[in-house]
Write a protein that binds this ligand. Structure first.
Ligand code: C5P
Length: 224
């Protein structure tokens, strides 16, 4: 069976990562969370005190940043490593969510991340979730799913995830963050968030995670 590239794109907090992870596990594929990579760059720039309009410093930073993923031995969680250090919890904080779309809109940042993502998937047999996988990173992906859901539902899910990690954020603040990110992600000039012409739409408002996973696995088995 030929290994596929499965691209899962869509709006923030639609369940893309949870679905992508489960699909990858079911197919014994690699999983790449591309949003985590943009979050990692944002964290690096913040900690290095680099302004988001200082292009010379950002260019240098992109040479200095090494992003990889490590699988947690007991939980199996895919954890983001920034320059060799696991920073998974740090990149999920609201302070990063509030700034990441500014950083991901910088063309130089996108070029570096897209090139790395293409290298990570070059052997295929990968599930990648993000905003531009089906349009820019792997326009030849055999399976393309574009996820959407009502914003209130997405915000509640995100609120529960944050609460589980001990971060309590008001629903209105999460809704504002999701709306802002969706707007910035969809309107940037470089590989904006949009549905590829050949992507199938999946509205996750009223369906469970296991239904989302089955939906993608069905598409994958028809592509095999
Ligand atoms: O997926 P997640 O919500 O963690 O993504 C964080 C942010 O990273 C998005 O809001 C978007 O700005 C950026 N992103 C992107 N392209 C991708 C994946 C994420 O621009 N392929």
């Amino acid at each position: 069976m030929k290994p596929l590239v499965i691209a899962i794109d869509g709006y923030s907090s639609c369940g893309k990562s949870t679905t992508a992870k489960a699909v990858a596990a079911a197919l014994h594929y690699a999983y790449v969370d591309t949003g985590a990579m943009y979050r990692g760059v944002t964290l690096y720039l913040l900690e290095a005190g680099i302004a988001f309009d200082d292009m010379a410093a950002i260019e240098q930073a992109l040479h200095d940043i090494h992003i990889s993923f490590k699988r947690h031995r007991t939980t199996g969680r895919n954890e983001l490593c920034l320059n060799g250090k696991i920073r998974e919890d740090d990149i999920r904080q609201m302070r990063i969510s509030n700034l990441v779309s500014e950083v991901s809109g910088i063309p130089m940042v996108r070029h570096a991340m897209v090139a790395q993502q293409q290298r990570m998937g070059r052997k295929r047999g990968v599930v990648m979730d993000g905003r531009d996988i089906g349009t820019t990173v792997f326009p030849d992906a055999e399976v393309k799913v574009f996820m959407t859901a009502e914003v209130e539902i997405r915000a509640r899910r995100r609120q529960e995830e944050l609460a589980a990690k001990g971060e309590h954020v008001e629903l209105v603040d999460i809704i504002e963050n999701l709306r802002k990110r969706d707007y910035l992600d969809s309107t940037r000039t470089e590989s904006p968030l949009r549905r590829a012409a050949d992507a199938v739409l999946l509205d996750t408002t009223h369906i469970t995670i296991s239904e989302q996973v089955d939906f993608v696995l069905d598409r994958a088995s028809s592509a095999l």
